[in-house]
Design a protein around this ligand. Structure first.
Ligand code: APR
Length: 229
C-alpha cells in the first residue's frame, strides 16, 4: 500500500471552532508565548499556564471534527495514511484516523516534571496546579513548549522520507523543526498544500489549493483515490 503522509497544523481545526495561532485574532495575539508556552513561564506562574491549558481543554470538549478531518479518514480506504500533526487537540483521532503522531504533545495528557516517561490522561478538562506524580513531582501539561526539544521529530522525519504523497494542511510553516519536515520528502513525491493563504514551501512538485481544509482536502483525497482506481 502506498503511503500518504499529512502534516497538519492549527488551520485544519479552525472550521471546528478552535483558534489558530498566527491568523488575525489568533491565540498569539491574545497571549504572550513567553508567559504561557515556555518552561520558564510555567516556573514563573504555574497558575496562569495551568489555567491557559485548562481553557483550551475545556474548549476542545465542546467541539467536533470537521469535514477536513473526515476527508483524511476516507484516504485510509486505499492508502497507508500517517498524520503528523502539530496540533495538540484530538480531532484527527475522534474523526477516526488511526496513525497520528503528535509532534507538539497532547492537550488531554499531563506528564511528570521529574520523569518524562510518566504520562497520564487528564480526566475531563481540569489539570489542577497541585497535581503530582506518585513521587510528588508536579505534573505539567504534555505540551512541547517553545525552546524545548521535539522528541518525536526523528520519527516524523522518517515517516516524511518514506512518503509516496505528501499533504500539508493548515500550517503557516513558521515553527521549526516541524516546518523543516518538507525537506525530508523526496523531490519527486507529489506534494499538496491546502491553505487559504500563501505558504512558503521552497520544494519541488507542489500544488497549492488556496482554500479551507474542508473543501481543499476533499478535492485532494478524491484526486488521490481516483489515481488508485
Ligand atoms: N483551512 C486550512 N487552513 C487554514 C484555515 C482553514 N479553514 N484557516 C486558517 N488556516 C491556515 C492559516 O492560513 C495559516 O497558514 O492555518 C495556518 C495556521 O497557522 P498558525 O496559526 O501559525 O498554526 P500552526 O502552523 O499550526 O502553528 C505551528 O506554532 O505556536 C505554535 O505550537 C503551536 O503547533 C503550533 C505551531
Amino acid at each position: 500500500m502506498k503511503k500518504a503522509v499529512i502534516l497538519s497544523g492549527a488551520g485544519i481545526s479552525a472550521e471546528s471552532g478552535i483558534s489558530t495561532f498566527r491568523d488575525s485574532g489568533g491565540l498569539w495575539e491574545q497571549y504572550r508565548v513567553e508567559d504561557v508556552a515556555t518552561y520558564d513561564g510555567w516556573l514563573r506562574n504555574r497558575a496562569l499556564v495551568t489555567a491557559f491549558y485548562n481553557q483550551r481543554r475545556k474548549q476542545l470538549l465542546e467541539v467536533t471534527p470537521n469535514a477536513g478531518h473526515y476527508a483524511l479518514v476516507r484516504l485510509e480506504k486505499a492508502f497507508d495514511v500517517h498524520i503528523i500533526t502539530q496540533n495538540v487537540d484530538d480531532l484527527h483521532e475522534r474523526a477516526g484516523s488511526r496513525q497520528v503522531l503528535h509532534l507538539h504533545g497532547e492537550l488531554k495528557k499531563a506528564r511528570s516534571t521529574a520523569n518524562p516517561e510518566y504520562i497520564v490522561d487528564i480526566d475531563g478538562w481540569e489539570l489542577h496546579e497541585k497535581m503530582t506524580d506518585p513521587q510528588g513531582a508536579p505534573l505539567r501539561p504534555h505540551i512541547v513548549w517553545f525552546g524545548e526539544a521535539v522528541p518525536l521529530m526523528e520519527e516524523a522525519a522518517r515517516i516524511s522520507a518514506a512518503a509516496d504523497f505528501y499533504i500539508v494542511v493548515g500550517t503557516s510553516l513558521a515553527v521549526y523543526p516541524a516546518a523543516g519536515l518538507l525537506h525530508y520528502v523526496p523531490p519527486y513525491v507529489p506534494k499538496y498544500i491546502v491553505d487559504p493563504k500563501e505558504v512558503p514551501a521552497p520544494v519541488a512538485n507542489v500544488k497549492h489549493l488556496r482554500e479551507p481544509a474542508s473543501t481543499g482536502l476533499a478535492k485532494v483525497v478524491d484526486e488521490l483515490l481516483s489515481k488508485r482506481s
